[in-house]
Design a protein around this ligand. Sequence first.
Ligand code: CP
Ligand code: NVA
Length: 318
Amino acid sequence: MLSSSSFVGRSVLTWLDYSPEEIRYLLDLSGKVKAEGKSGVVSQRFKGKTIALLFEKRSTRTRCAFETAFGEEGGYPVFLSTDDIQLGAKESLEDTAIVLGRMFSAIQFRGFKQHTAEVLAKYSGVPVYNGLTDLYHPTQALADIMTLEESFGNSKGKKLCYTGNGQNNVARSLMIICSKLGVHFSVICPPTLAPEAALVEKCQPLAASSGAKITVNQDFSELEGADAVYTDVWTSMGEEKKRDERIRMLTPYQVNAGLMAKTGRSDSIFLHCLPAVKGEEVTADVIDGEQSRAWDQAENRKHTIKAILLATLGVISG
Ligand code: CP
Ligand code: NVA
């Protein structure tokens, strides 16, 4: 039987090293955290604790989710951009990690290399949360599944179709979490932007064990019966020079009313991690329309991040 103690001190760098039961626990805890917040319960569960929020890339949701989730419960978040801190410049990453570990209860890292998050976790001795790297965006994926479950009651056996750049951090993290939780996951993308074979090969056995089906192709008929249609920006942070090429390649994959209609369902939902470029990967009528749950997803970032913090900092029992 899983208990909260199994999370204490752990980092969240991807979901690959979390079991389906552990992810389930965090989703259930996220639901409790959200309900507590809505009922007006005020707690001080992070009193006396500190978190370093390291940002090499910009952020609205992730930064605000960490700052508000931690700060409103008495914790002390410290925002550090690359203008403020030595992060491999003039001081080795390992040395910075050791020092941060002496002063903070936990570290959040958003940046380019997954390796940086791994080094921080290895040398700091405190939990490190990946708030987005070029390869993964695990805390986003947890909020995405929470949102799917709020719409349909559960996620197992549901079908999530992702269209656009299948190689980006959001698509990659969705593939992992869906494979673990038994959510059918279809990536519809041009072959040159398909998720790398090594990741698909890693996810296939996980999917086989959870009952999920993973597909990657250019076939829009995959959308038929989909519970959720998901897209993300065509050019991620750091890829700005590729924008024209991506617009050319990905225009047929834009989520618009016509593409949503291919689900054949009026109750399918639209998901987007945000920020969105309306008119590129999604049209305004879809993201601002009735099927969109993008704003719930954004709010759920805070609840899921608070759940991760509570569990890994060991301030809950049971
Ligand atoms: N979805 C997400 O990570 O948003 P931010 O870039 O605003 O943090
Ligand atoms: N793929 C996007 C996600 C932003 C939350 C990026 O990396 O810019």
